[in-house]
Design a protein around this ligand. Structure first.
Ligand code: UD1
Length: 345
């Protein structure tokens, strides 16, 4: 292994960060260091990563909004050649109620990291963005060159601003090579069932809510609206397995390291291209788990878009990335992880 190839992963104990670390370590090309203050994750995730990969990951428990602490990591870790920046708050509803929390954390942390990229000559940077930057879009599937729509939440706005900040940095500092990966709806868990989505705070996303309802942590779940102009009236989303998302980060990193990028700021959608309704997701879960889900149809959730799914051509052609996991496998692995968690509690 080239000792130079250290990748700094922010939010390494988080849902997508932890799965990406496993894939990075699986390639044996990279050494990984993580920054995570466990604000919505647990240190136990690193024990589980170690169990799966048989490799140890150093985690720096600092707040990315503290620039002095962050700079200290770059003083210590001399061989960082790339950063994958996952760490951010991501609950859409909470961001509407507490905009300061989102603007302060998501923007300041990104600004500090970009400054460190310059100060410590880090050439490669990958940013976790989101399909929420497209807003409420009517032309589907959505392509990367679609202009930003109106951000439906402060969370979505932090992703739009984040992308703009990165783009401006690459114009001013062309030595910086960056990619924004726009995730659609990452779900499922590692095939071992040993890690998955485990927010310390209340679950907000559909699949953890489905599995928590099935296991009895949540008594009954609500399908948010059934009068959208879709085939069964419920919202349509592009669910994508978290390991497929993780693999896309390795492809993106290699794309930059092999200098295949045509621009210093590239954007890729990460989705399967398949739109799935809430009721179809529930039915896939019921089929694969054998569990009957207790749900009711309720009111629409404020800020929800009716339907969104990805155009996948650019990621496939340029990154050479194609998702492999089916909807059934997403549900199967999510359920496996829920059962694993219930063993521990
Ligand atoms: C949103 C963002 C996504 C972001 C993610 C982070 C959009 C279009 N997408 O995803 O970019 O990364 O938040 O959290 O803004 N649902 C129910 N009942 C529930 C929970 C969810 O019916 O109890 C439905 C929702 O109405 C939605 C679908 O399930 O139609 C998926 O919801 P969720 O998992 O929260 O993700 P998004 O809101 O699509």
């Amino acid at each position: 292994m080239n000792s130079k190839n250290t990748i700094l992963v922010t939010g390494g104990a988080g849902y997508i960060g932890s799965h990406t670390i496993i894939e990075l370590l699986g390639t044996s090309d990279f050494k990984v260091v993580s920054v995570d203050n466990f604000s919505n994750s647990s240190a136990k995730t690193f024990e589980r990563i170690e169990k799966i990969t048989e490799k140890k990951v150093t985690n720096y428990r600092i707040d990315l909004c503290n620039k002095t602490d962050l700079e200290q990591i770059f003083e210590t870790e001399k061989n960082i050649i790339g950063i994958i920046h996952f760490a951010a708050f991501k609950a859409v509803g909470e961001s509407v109620l507490h905009p300061h929390k989102y603007y302060y954390n998501n923007i300041n942390s990104l600004l500090n990291i970009l400054e460190c990229c310059l100060k410590f000559n880090i050439p490669n940077f990958i940013f976790s963005s989101s399909c929420s930057v497209y807003g409420n879009i009517s032309k589907l599937p959505v392509k990367e060159d679609t202009p930003f729509g109106k951000a439906e939440s402060p969370y979505a706005y932090t992703k739009q601003v984040g992308e703009e900040m990165i783009k401006d940095y690459t114009i001013a500092f062309p030595q910086l090579h960056t990619i924004a990966l726009r995730y659609f709806n990452p779900v499922g868990s590692h095939i071992t069932g040993l890690i998955g989505e485990s927010p310390l705070n209340k679950a907000n996303n559909l699949v953890p809510i489905i599995t928590q309802t099935a296991i009895g942590k949540i008594k009954q779940m609500t399908v948010f609206g059934n009068d959208y102009p879709t085939r069964d009236g419920t919202c349509i989303r592009d669910y994508i397995h978290v390991t497929d998302i993780a693999i896309a980060h390795i492809k993106a990193l290699m794309y930059l390291m092999e200098k295949k990028n045509k621009s210093n700021f590239s954007i890729f959608n990460l989705g399967t291209g398949e739109g799935v309704s809430v009721l179809e997701a529930i039915s896939a879960f019921e089929k694969t788990s054998g569990e009957k889900l207790n749900y009711i149809i309720g009111d629409k959730r404020p800020g929800d878009v009716g339907a969104i799914y990805s155009d996948t051509e650019k990621s496939e052609k340029e990154l050479g990335w194609k998702p492999r996991f089916s909807l059934d496998e997403m549900m199967e692995t999510a359920w496996k992880w829920e059962l694993e968690q219930s063993k521990k509690n």
